[in-house]
Design a binder for this molecule. Structure first.
Ligand SMILES: Cc1cc2nc3c(=O)[nH]c(=O)nc-3n(C[C@H](O)[C@H](O)[C@H](O)COP(=O)(O)OP(=O)(O)OC[C@H]3O[C@@H](n4cnc5c(N)ncnc54)[C@H](O)[C@@H]3O)c2cc1C
Length: 578
């Protein structure tokens, strides 16, 4: 049993860190240690802090991301940021960097012919499903926002610090942290560790957790550049966003900054891979090895070929090399260590799912850690993290691979690629099947659905609709995030009372509301849409988890007793008597 509930920082400074490694009394104690202080590590710290759980984030780099990398953030991520009170801040920053409602297209070059349009406008048709929007914000701008809020809520961060060993026993996790600049070491004891340490994940390797999938697809590069003139007029009215480039010289994509005077170009492939005779002649696929031996001169050639305007004055600021990979980990956890983000799923950036999926992992894990740490839930709840998130990761890897094959590398063929589905299936339509969900007969057959078909089934994301509380309008989603929430129809008062009694008996945070058109409900449903959206009669109810997923549903008032609700909550919380 781990008993660390409060952070304890020993009375040590500077050179004395080494003593902390050997002195029993001088170790740092923290409920959760997070390895990796980038997008997913910071998200984990933020979500934990919102539940009052202290964590220590360690990151070997001296600060947050220096390159834009992720830019496309999807509806579910924005819903999660909304629940963390960050939606407005992120939307403001996004507007500074990109025009709203960007598009995604495939062109010969920005100045050339359009080959395909994936999105003319990112947010067409989304209002029916979500109170928020998709947007572009660069990862190097988002991470400081996450860090600042996490720290303000009590998370600790230590940059320039590497986790050099991580071991666990029945009661907790012990790590040695090394200050990158000085080499000083200190020891940390935690109840749990979260490894958000990226695609090479030293923690995953140490635990012997394998990766499987389509493997390395290309040794790619990202060219960061400045242009002397605004390049957006070249887009000829196309919505600025992501512009895939397909021409005989290269395949990749552009993201231009708002002013059009710079941005970055990703190059995944070079040469004319559309010509079968070329592909057949070189089985070692040299066109997929852009990174090897890359020079500024070569990068400039590629950039000019991508822009499509000979002699365009551009300056290369930096070149990053990275691998496009489509792989998933065999396990998302090992004992007291949980892995999230690129540490467990690595996808090519096509579709923009990698970082988003990592944020969703962190959101799924945080409330479970919080409730297990404070004794409200049984440790079995933590086992549902792998059961719920790994199938989502598998689907995301396959969909990202399918987008890579169809948008960038048709020469690979589609034999081992799944058909591409609408992004909404990946953003809002994933279904969980685990002991923390009380499935109904027939559930579990579909791992993903279009959100239009998600009508309150246990395991699906609770649907959005606008309600009124007094004079204030709110989304159903604005009710979720902190506690369990029971939503009942106009005649579901018995479920509300039963849920409140059960929550009191189990010391579970829970709010219960009846939803009705008119004065009969605590929440007003002006368009009488609630019951249909959640698949219940006016006497029925749904139980929504703190992460906004439906845990249980009763179609009507049958069995609405405190005892029944105690049974439901006990099961969902994986309590031994559940
Ligand atoms: C060109 C490009 C475009 C992309 N576009 C998108 C997009 O539009 N949308 C999207 O969702 N995703 C996108 N992605 C993917 C996204 O960038 C990644 O999925 C995301 O960065 C993963 O975050 P992470 O925190 O899991 O891992 P990382 O960002 O890799 O961070 C892991 C961190 O852990 C640190 N670390 C590792 N080991 C240790 C240790 N032992 N001790 C201390 N620190 C350690 C590392 O230094 C690193 O900072 C894109 C990626 C690329 C390359």
């Amino acid at each position: 049993m781990c008993r660390i509930h409060k952070f304890r920082w020993p009375n040590i400074r500077g050179h004395a860190y080494d003593q902390a490694v050997t002195g029993q009394d001088e170790e740092i104690q923290i409920p959760v240690l997070i390895v990796g202080g980038s997008l997913v590590g910071l998200s984990t710290a933020l979500f934990l802090a919102r539940y009052g759980v202290e964590s220590l984030v360690v990151e070997r780099h001296s600060g947050t991301a220096i390159h834009p990398r992720a830019g496309h953030f999807n509806l579910r991520t924005l819903e999660i940021l909304r629940s963390a009170d960050l939606e407005e801040t992120v939307r403001r920053k996004s507007r500074e960097q990109y025009p709203p409602d960007g598009g995604i297209s495939n062109v010969e070059s920005p100045a050339g012919r359009e080959i395909a349009t994936y999105f003319t406008d990112l947010n067409t048709g989304v209002a029916e499903f979500s109170p928020t929007i998709r947007l572009f914000i660069n990862q190097d701008a988002l991470e400081p926002i996450l860090r600042e809020r996490a720290e303000a809520l009590g998370a600790r961060t230590r940059y320039g610090t590497e986790c050099t060993t991580l071991d666990q026993d029945a009661d907790g996790v012990t790590a040695v942290l090394t200050d990158v600049a000085t080499g000083s070491r200190f020891r940390v004891r935690a109840c749990y560790a979260v490894a958000a340490d990226g695609n090479r994940s030293p923690v995953r390797n140490r635990l012997g957790i394998g990766m499987r999938g389509h493997g390395v697809l290309s040794n790619s590069i990202t060219i960061y550049f400045r242009a002397e003139q605004d390049l957006t007029p070249l887009l000829a009215g196309r919505n600025q966003g992501v512009h895939y480039v397909t021409n005989p010289v290269l395949r990749g994509f552009f993201r231009l900054d708002r002013g059009g005077n710079g941005g970055f170009l990703v190059v995944n492939l070079v040469g004319d891979t559309a010509r079968p005779e070329i592909v057949a002649a070189y089985p070692e696929a040299p066109w997929a090895n852009v990174a090897e031996g890359i020079t500024k001169e070569r990068a400039l050639e590629l950039l000019r070929a991508a822009i499509g305007v000979p002699g365009m004055p551009v300056v290369i600021e930096d070149i990053a090399t990275w691998q496009a990979v489509a792989d998933i980990a065999d396990r998302y956890s090992d004992g007291r260590v949980f892995l999230a983000g690129d540490a467990v799923h690595v996808v090519p950036p096509n579709g923009g799912f990698g970082g988003n999926t990592g944020v969703h992992d962190a959101h799924n894990l945080a409330w479970k850690l919080a409730l297990v740490l404070n004794g409200t839930a049984g440790p079995g709840l933590l086992e549902t993290y792998d059961a719920e998130r790994r199938p989502v990761g598998e689907f995301t890897v396959e969909q990202s691979y399918a987008r890579y094959v169809t948008r960038v590398a048709p020469y690979l063929g589609t034999a081992d690629a799944e058909p591409v589905v609408d992004d909404l299936y990946l953003e809002l339509g994933y279904q969980y099947d685990s002991p923390a969900i009380m499935a109904e007969p027939g559930d579990g057959e579909l791992a993903h659905q279009h959100p239009r078909d998600c009508t309150g089934q246990p395991g699906s994301r609770a649907p959005h609709l606008f309600l009124q509380r007094g004079d204030a309008g709110l989304s159903t989603l604005d009710l979720f995030g902190e506690n369990f929430v029971l939503l009942a129809g106009a005649g579901g008062g018995a479920w509300c009372a039963a849920a409140r009694d059960a929550a009191r008996a189990l010391s579970v945070g829970l709010e219960a509301y009846s939803v009705a058109n008119g004065s009969a409900g605590e929440l007003t449903d002006p368009d009488s849409r609630f019951c249909a959206a959640y698949g219940i009669s006016p006497e029925g109810a749904v139980l929504v988890r703190p992460d906004g997923f439906i845990a249980w549903r009763a179609a009507d008032a049958t069995g609405a007793t405190a005892g029944a609700m105690t049974g439901v909550l006990s099961r969902v919380l994986c309590l031994e008597n559940g």
